[in-house]
Design a protein around this ligand. Sequence first.
Ligand SMILES: NC(=O)c1ccc[n+]([C@@H]2O[C@H](COP(=O)([O-])OP(=O)(O)OC[C@H]3O[C@@H](n4cnc5c(N)ncnc54)[C@H](O)[C@@H]3O)[C@@H](O)[C@H]2O)c1
Length: 377
Amino acid sequence: MSDIRDIKAAVVGTGFIGVVHVEALRRLGIEVTGIVGSTPERAAEKARTAGLPAPYPSFEAMLEDPAVQVVHLTTPNRLHYEQVKATLAAGKHVVCEKPLGMDSTETAELLRLAEQSGLVHAVNFNVRFYAQCLEARARVARGDIGDVRLISGGYLQDWLLFDTDWNWRLDPAEGGSLRAVGDIGSHWLDLVQFITGRRVEAVMADLTTFIPVRKQPTGPVETFSGAAAGETIDTAMETEDAAGILLRFSGGARGIVTVSQVSAGRKNRLSFEVDGSTNALSWISEAPEELWLGHRDRPNELLLREAGEYPPGHAEGFPDTFKALYRRVYAAVAAGGPGDDYPTFADGHDEAVIADAIARSHAEQRWVAVDPVPQEV
Ligand SMILES: NC(=O)c1ccc[n+]([C@@H]2O[C@H](COP(=O)([O-])OP(=O)(O)OC[C@H]3O[C@@H](n4cnc5c(N)ncnc54)[C@H](O)[C@@H]3O)[C@@H](O)[C@H]2O)c1
């Protein structure tokens, strides 16, 4: 196996999360040879203000650079499908942001192509790599809470609360036909399946659009940059601001999740609780160092982080999850092929299949089985 510091990467997309990818790679000692933005001029400006490497003239020019072994795709969702296909065709390993594609037809093809290629393929479900989420998974696997019965929680944000808030995710042609569910619900669903080992088998979804018309700026807006100043046009909304979803998991477990991008004060709050037949555990992303352990017949415990990137007491957070994820992905690249300790395109496809079932459940107002071909329960 070669040293991961000999591997070189390029990052496509220079917005909110593209910068996080570059930073995590640099912390691992991986050289980022360059970035690709929507235009070389905008990318050059972002490189200057955010301290990123210089841009390539185009996506194609980046793919032609033989030094680049791994490509990170951090572009709006609509672009993932074509960019993943081109990256695999160029013989480069790929880390794609979630959601992997716009629907399960796209993700099925990307999974097939990735598996045929023999290349390393990963989907950026970084939340799994909070140390206390890994700890929760280990505790469930070794039977600490007994049989998994009830999986509940939510993912709440407030950055789309006002009708003046705008982002490409609000346009279904850019973000997909599910918005809150595809954007953040996907993280929750991936995480609880990862922690419990239970698969979502059926869903009953209620999606709501509280803000039917939004003021769309005529110029571009970066994620989490707040309401735009300047000219706007009134645009009708087709995607959900919030969702409530009942879930049936394998092994008889049941679940319920709330997803919202319009919950005032909740900046980025992912929470889960897993209630087992003997004990329970619970975690909230806004206090990531603490894992709550629930007991029936002795005092409850608040377990502080022991393992992770830094010694206990030296608080870890969001950027560290990217580092922990890429450490595993790049170990696989160094070893010459796919590994089994990080989320792959199989997980990205799995999410898309669940999302299809959620959309169909809402449209038809009934339970829908999660299956490669969604069907009635
Ligand atoms: N894992 C996470 O925690 C997480 C968090 C945020 C976003 N994401 C995902 O990352 C992706 C990007 O989201 P974001 O919030 O960073 O959005 P953003 O709007 O802040 O950034 C998107 C970037 O892509 C660039 N871009 C647009 N078209 C391009 C093209 N043709 N070629 C190259 N670059 C192009 C834009 O200029 C912009 O810099 C989405 O798929 C989103 O779901 C994941």
